[in-house]
Design a protein around this ligand. Structure first.
Ligand SMILES: [Zn+2]
Length: 155
């Protein structure tokens, strides 16, 4: 979509009561009128006039046009963005579940502790729980990073 008047657009507020709000482009001083927003419209189906909120409609037009500045096909781009957000939310949920699973399994590896007793150790580095992870334990790093990322899982 191209060929339309360049953004940003704005609502011209300096109008007398009863006048139609104007949607303008090109700045407050050197602006041009893009559209007059109707306060009423004839409805061909019902045969009557319908009143509308012209100031709110003008504000809506301006907000949508300015928010879509630079988009060749706003509807398609917004659809893509919504799909991407949904995908990111799914991935975050999967990531959180993975972190919770790792957290549950973290200390489930059977190990012999330093006193010679059977105990539980890290499934990654093998250290017993009392000693904690090695400095190079990748599982410890993952759990620490996930907590830093605000996944609600403490390291
Ligand atoms: Zn470890």
């Amino acid at each position: 979509m191209s060929g339309y008047t360049k953004e940003p657009w704005h609502v011209h507020h300096d109008i007398d009561a009863g006048e139609w709000p104007m949607v303008m482009a090109g700045g407050v001083v050197a602006g041009v009128i893009v559209a007059n927003v109707n306060p009423t419209s004839f409805n061909c189906v019902t045969g009557g006039y319908v009143e509308m909120p012209p100031a709110a409609n003008a504000a809506r037009i301006v907000a949508c046009v300015n928010a879509c500045a630079g988009m060749d096909d706003p509807a398609a781009e917004i659809d893509r963005l919504r799909a991407r957000i949904a995908d990111l939310i799914r991935q975050a949920a999967i990531g959180r579940l993975a972190v919770l699973a790792l957290r549950a399994l973290e200390w489930s590896r059977p190990v012999i502790d330093r006193n010679g007793f059977l105990g539980k150790g890290c499934i990654e580095c093998g250290r017993d729980r009392a000693r904690g992870h090695t400095d190079k334990c990748e599982l410890a790093a993952i759990l620490r990073d996930s907590a830093d990322a605000g996944m609600g899982v403490e390291s």
